[in-house]
Design a protein around this ligand. Structure first.
Ligand code: HEC
Length: 132
């Protein structure tokens, strides 16, 4: 009897884990352009960022507006490690130019210079990754 009860609670626990995934406040500045909820389609202004940490660049298959610079960086094997995320968010244009070895058109017109805020944003992305 106890076993049956345990089994029957598993789907309930999984469902509530999904619901308990608020967008971390440190990512409020990204909301203007990015979808930050699991399963939500990318917006025309930016790809969905859920699960982007430690994934290759261009991780959102439904985002059709990746720039020339992002496509070139993906071809060079760019992966969104913590360090790469920190550098990208500080200055997307300069970071992609350093990956590509040349300045190409990039699409994220946003910079977060403050190091503490950037670190909090990357931690927010890591927290979101657990919500898929
Ligand atoms: C003004 C709109 C805008 C804001 C604000 C913005 N982004 Fe972006 N972001 C974009 C666009 C557009 C792209 C696609 C860039 C490209 O193709 O060059 C992008 C791409 C990314 C990527 C690469 C995704 C992938 O699929 O490879 C990451 C990571 C990212 N943004 C993180 C952030 C974070 C974190 C914030 C907030 C701290 C943020 N962005 C704020 C527009 C924005």
């Amino acid at each position: 009897m106890a076993v049956v009860l345990l089994l029957s609670t598993v789907p309930v626990a999984a469902a509530s884990a999904q619901a308990d995934c608020p967008v971390p406040a440190s990512l409020n500045v990204c909301k203007t352009c990015h979808a930050l909820e699991p399963g939500k389609p990318s917006r025309p202004t930016g790809p969905n960022l859920v699960g982007v940490v430690n994934q290759p660049a261009m991780h959102s298959a439904d985002f059709t507006r990746y720039s020339v610079a992002m496509k070139a960086a993906q071809a060079k094997g760019l992966v969104w490690t913590e360090d790469n995320l920190m550098a990208y968010i500080a200055d997307p244009k300069a970071f992609l130019a350093s990956v590509n070895g040349e300045q190409l058109q990039n699409a994220m017109a946003f910079q977060l210079k403050d190091e503490a805020k950037r670190k909090a944003a990357v931690e927010g992305l890591e927290a979101l990754a657990a919500c898929q």
